[in-house]
Design a protein around this ligand. Sequence first.
Ligand code: GRG
Length: 296
Amino acid sequence: MDLKAYLEDRRGLVNRALGAYLPQVRGPAFRVAQAMHYSLFAGGKRLRPILCLAAAEAVGGDAGEALPVACALEMVHTYSLIHDDLPAMDDDDLRRGQPTCHKQFDEATAILAGDGLLTAAFHILAAAASRFEGRERHLLEVMELLGAAAGYQGMVGGQMLDLMAEGRQVSLKELETIHRLKTGALLTAAVRAGALVGGGSRGEVTLLTGYGEKFGLAFQVTDDLLDVEGEAAEMGKAPGMDEKRQKATYPALLGVEAAREWARRLVEQAVAELAPFGQRAEPLRELARYLLVRRS
Ligand code: GRG
């Protein structure tokens, strides 16, 4: 399959839906809505929503029906990036090739924009109930899943562990826990949510969750490799920041070659989970392989 064309098509679908959920509004809260819009549309690969749509289709579901879930995932992801870039966290000036939200607006507005995106995600899901008549249970499961994956048992917890690990030696096991929560939880949730909303059987949801977990780890290993080897213009942010901040990373702990091999093994394991799905899972297979060659 032509992955580039597939990604472009899916990005278009997701961007149009996001635009409808978050139009450029005027009104009393204009400034925060503008900041939310700015960060949401400042670029971004739309990986989580695309994974969600591909998982829904892998179990025979309809991508259109999964769109509210896909949009909610991207909103939660964008909120996490805005807050992660704040001076109290990673203190970054550049994100997705543009000034970070607090640089473009101000710190208080960026905090509120993150809050606004996180709450909008759950609003969108609840408001989609009318499109799930007779299947509201699926939507409720997705809300429960997203709440856990984004919250203290998932991404927020991972971010806390990451901050607490700064300036000290971290073992490989600890690093894996940090990443499983900080980035892996939301990526896994994207795949699992797609499988649930697509009407997958318990067995299918379990297999795709396994794929999501391997994908999430492989994503992080390749993200660390990009920080060592990537080009600023392609990445939309400065490379070399992990080393500058003395952050524990896979290349730092394992060496670049072993980290690359680890990523390859994880991608193989992710793809292996898809064996029973046949042709319908081809986009998920290609998305996993893409991790090994991505440049942003
Ligand atoms: C602040 C609660 C809170 C959580 C922040 C996800 C996260 C936790 C921080 C992001 C820090 C970071 C850069 C982690 C590396 C992996 C990652 C999430 C990269 C960005 O995701 P992409 O590559 O970004 O999918 P785009 O811009 O393409 O959407």
